[in-house]
Design a protein around this ligand. Structure first.
Ligand code: BGC
Length: 502
């Protein structure tokens, strides 16, 4: 078959029509419900013990760290109390060997060291004052008397949260794999390393990035409507939402959990990355299933593996390899059209041959190229994948497949949001005042950089009858930039207030 035809047929495997989408929405609602009732379900529906969202008047200086998928960020946040904040931050890429280190101490020791560097660089006076106090008093007194930074720890992996700053790791995701951390309290792991360096820092709150995003969006978002959902579409994907306490029936079985019941609500971290791990409704292609089989966590995070940045590049890589072997992608036969034709070559060490070799940013670049001869795609093929002198037809074939993978990801993302909106009884397609909006805070490289992601999501939202055209217009989706940092600070604030009031 000719290259382009073959590419279209590969792309067709990623179609996700409205009927499938709606079946998915129903299954998602069902799996959400199950997760609220009992432990050990596909979607963990983790209670976060955060029972209210901010309103923009919160104030103070807080530290926040964020262990996400790719980077580790340390920041200090000054909340001004008028919906604005200022943020100072430093960011380092997490060395790959630490993601799969033998012991958790190696990773958490590295994190504490970054906090120390940050304090020395940006809050040196505060830090030195603490060092002097430590030298002149015993450690306990220094700890008690010096100004301790309250730190919000954004830890973007599934944890079994048992209190605002306590939670044990359920499993690693996004390529991390450090056995001895599973089952341990990650706040304690970090605090131990912070204490070993004698830093004036208390891990006050444990925060999932989606919860941070929800809080941050609620702090900064215009109008009186509280934010309903915080979602990440980045290296990984996940969402948190505001749920009625009465529906989180499994809370009554969690021993020793304490929380404020006065609002009647609690933010729940869905861990939707593991929606439908048993594959009852999720779409599947040979590229998806091979990716899963060869991942560090087969059978887990099946939704995430079809949606998020870490995986889209790998799905594409596998689809491109299939086209290389079945349809002469990047072979010379069809390159004759190029006027400045020279021989197409794939470098021996091309990222095309390496697992996880293709980054999502590659997909964003491909999807964005509107030049008539797809010059940008061809340049990027050369720069990122070592494919030299690719033809326009090659580039077209790659683009057809990229568009299909991106579109399926956006439609699945819409599925998750639609399900939560419907499950929380925001029947926005019928009745209710026109002014009613459902506010959603999002963050992550896909929503931020993938061209048209938002439009594709919205198109899918309209295809869900409970939402429809009318409802879709009432959904306000806004990027909560740096959301997890600010959100973690806001939760550290809530935790510190609780500490002093008891
Ligand atoms: C993790 C979530 C996280 C999401 C986005 C997923 O792999 O399981 O906890 O919120 O990535 O970072």
């Amino acid at each position: 078959m000719a290259l382009l035809e073959e590419a279209k047929s590969v792309a067709g495997q990623f179609d996700y029509p409205p009927e499938e989408l709606n079946k998915g929405v129903k299954a998602f609602i069902q799996q959400m419900d199950e997760g609220l009732q009992k432990p050990g379900t596909a979607m963990s529906q983790i209670p976060t013990y955060v029972t209210s969202v901010p309103n923009g008047t919160e104030k103070g200086l807080y530290l926040a760290v964020d262990l996400g998928g790719t980077n580790f960020r340390v920041c200090s946040i000054q909340l001004h109390g008028d919906t604005t904040f200022s943020l100072t931050q430093s960011k380092v890429a997490i060395p790959r060997e630490l993601m799969v280190a033998k012991t958790s101490k190696e990773l958490f020791g590295f994190l504490a060291k970054q906090i120390e560097n940050f304090l020395k660089t940006h809050h040196d006076e505060h830090y030195q004052a603490h060092v002097i106090r430590r030298k002149t008093m015993n450690a306990q007194a220094a700890q008690a008397e010096s100004e301790i930074f309250q730190l919000g720890f954004t830890f973007s992996f599934p944890v079994n949260q048992i209190g605002i700053n306590r939670g044990t790791l359920i499993r690693w995701t996004k390529g991390f794999d450090i056995d001895d951390a599973v089952g341990k309290d990650v706040c304690e792991l970090l605090q131990t390393e912070i204490d070993a360096l004698h830093l004036p820092v208390k891990v006050a709150a444990l925060v999932n990035d989606t919860v941070g995003t929800l809080m941050a969006r609620s702090y900064t978002s215009p109008g009186k409507t509280g934010t309903l959902i915080g979602a990440i579409f980045g290296t990984g994907t996940n969402g948190a939402y505001v749920e009625k306490l009465a529906k989180i029936t499994k809370l009554s079985h969690i021993e020793g959990s304490e929380y404020d019941r006065s609002t009647g609500e609690m933010i729940v971290n869905t861990e939707w990355g593991s929606f439908d791990n048993h594959m009852s409704v999720l779409p599947d292609t040979p590229f998806d299933s091979d990716l899963d089989k060869e991942s560090v966590n087969p059978g887990i995070q099946m939704f995430e593996k079809r949606v998020s940045g870490m995986f889209l590049g790998e799905i594409l890589r596998r689809a491109m390899l299939a086209l290389v072997s079945n349809a002469q992608l990047f072979k010379d036969e069809h390159s004759g059209k190029n006027s400045l034709h020279s021989t197409t070559t794939i470098a021996e060490d091309s990222a095309l041959y390496k697992q996880w070799g293709v980054d999502t940013s590659f997909l964003s670049i491909v999807a964005a190229d509107k030049t008539p001869d797809l010059r940008v795609i061809r340049q990027t093929l050369s720069r990122d994948l070592g494919v030299d002198a690719a033809s326009t037809e090659d580039a077209e074939a790659v683009k057809v497949v990229v568009n299909a993978i991106g579109k399926r990801s956006a439609r699945l993302s819409a599925l998750a949001m639609a399900a939560i909106i419907i499950a929380t009884d925001n029947h926005i397609s019928r009745g209710a005042g026109e002014e009613d909006v459902v506010d959603i805070g999002v963050d992550g490289s896909l929503v931020e950089f993938y061209p048209g992601f938002d439009d594709m999501m919205r198109e899918a939202l309209r295809e869900v009858p409970e939402i429809g055209d009318k409802g879709e217009k009432r959904i306000r989706i806004g990027i909560a930039k740096d959301g997890s940092g600010v959100g973690a600070a806001l939760i550290a604030l809530v935790a510190a207030q609780k500490d002093t009031s008891t």
